[in-house]
Write a protein that binds this ligand. Structure first.
Ligand code: F6P
Length: 372
């Protein structure tokens, strides 16, 4: 049988263990493979830290949050080793050969897709499984983790309504999602947020204040605002775009370093975004305004039924692909089916919310403010 390594990388997300189990049970039970679980993402491959995964290691993990393998955000080509940033791809290739691996399965999000693609370019047989609460991976309808996080954020918005209407307050709730608005938009619609702010639509504080004040005029003297962590007002959006363009346009390593430093400073200046928004709204409307940051609550705990199903479906399909010797692909979910798509088409392509997305149309349809 084939010897296959498996790892989880990037932020933890509900459904990772369901995917490990789905892949593992099919790989071992159905295809007679041997499975090595590498620890802490790509770092485990570099440091050759792994544990054998047999049937008993995979038993009872379906419902557990996080990942039994541990994770990290380490990049193979730029890894901090002994206090120095180094290209560890050659070490990964060595360990892959030393362990006589036939394939390596990387479970992760957009960043991991890029890293998996780098390993593929270095000659390894790679399969990628799409995980993220952000729903921003290209070429797949969805990714495991998103449905659970959507449920948690929706419930949080429901519960925040209690305090908002009882105390006549504005509550700005910050929702994760990286540079995409899927999680804030989906939970904002499902939780009936009054205003939803996403990175794809730069907002105007005046327009939000006007909506809040208008609600107050008709007797609804409270508002719940779902704010995606990546959403910015028009000025901050423009500043960030300019800083990003400087980084892209930098032609020398020195210019690039300086541009990166400038971009980091711009981003650091946005860190108190929800608080700035709340205080501007309080000033403009006279309504007491507060902030709730959902943070890691959104990605913790047991996966919901959708994410267990998706992890199992994509995991077991991944094992079939390894058995057939089909590599260099991500196992995408398209119209309910597991479909292999070229890893090179996924890497570096984030899926943000299109402005004509049906969720945007629905939000506007029910009168939700989008800040523009
Ligand atoms: O990608 C998942 C995610 O939770 C994003 O929504 C968020 O931007 C990021 O990870 C935060 O990750 P961490 O704090 O673990 O680096």
């Amino acid at each position: 049988g084939k010897r296959v390594g498996i790892l989880t990388a990037g932020g933890d997300s509900p459904g990772l263990n369901a995917a490990i189990r789905g892949f593992g049970k099919a790989a071992i039970g159905h295809h007679g493979m041997e499975l090595l679980g590498f620890r802490d993402g790509l770092r485990g491959l570099v440091e050759d830290r792994w544990q054998p995964l047999d049937g008993s290691a995979l038993a009872g993990i379906l419902t557990i949050g996080g990942t039994i393998l541990g994770t990290s955000r380490d990049k193979p080509h730029k890894m901090v080793v002994d206090g120095e940033v180094r290209d560890m791809v050659p070490t990964i290739v060595e360990n892959y050969e030393k362990n006589k691996l036939d394939a390596i399965v990387c479970i992760g999000g957009g960043g991991t897709a890029k890293n998996a693609n780098r390993l593929m370019e270095a000659g390894l047989n790679v399969i990628h499984l799409p995980k993220t609460i952000d729903n921003d991976i290209a070429l797949t309808d969805t990714s495991f983790g998103f449905s659970t996080a959507l449920g948690i954020a929706t419930e949080a918005i429901d519960r925040l309504h209690s305090t908002a209407h009882s105390h006549h307050r504005v509550i700005v709730v910050e929702i994760m999602g990286h540079k995409a608005g899927w999680l804030a938009l989906g939970s904002g619609i499902a939780g009936g947020a009054d205003i939803i702010l996403i990175p794809e639509i730069p907002y105007s504080v005046e327009s939000i204040a006007e909506s809040v004040a208008e609600r107050a005029r008709i007797g609804r003297n409270f508002s719940v605002i779902a704010l995606a962590e990546g959403a910015r007002n028009e000025q901050d959006t423009a500043d960030l775009a300019a800083a990003t363009a400087l980084v892209k346009g930098a032609s020398t390593p020195e210019a690039k370093a300086a541009a990166n430093k400038h971009k980091e400073a711009v981003e650091a200046g946005h860190r108190d975004n929800p608080f700035k928004l709340a205080s501007a709204l309080e000033g403009a409307t006279g309504l007491e305004s507060r902030v709730t940051i959902l943070g890691y609550v959104q990605r913790g705990g047991t996966p919901d039924a959708n994410d267990r199903l998706l992890g199992t479906l994509l995991g077991s399909a991944g094992a079939d692909l390894v058995a057939q010797g089909e590599f260099g692909v991500m196992v995408a979910s398209q119209a309910g089916r597991a479909v292999p798509v070229p890893l090179g088409d996924v890497a570096g392509n984030l899926k943000t919310v299109p402005l004509d997305d049906p969720w945007i149309t629905a939000a506007r349809g029910v009168g939700t403010g989008l800040g523009d």
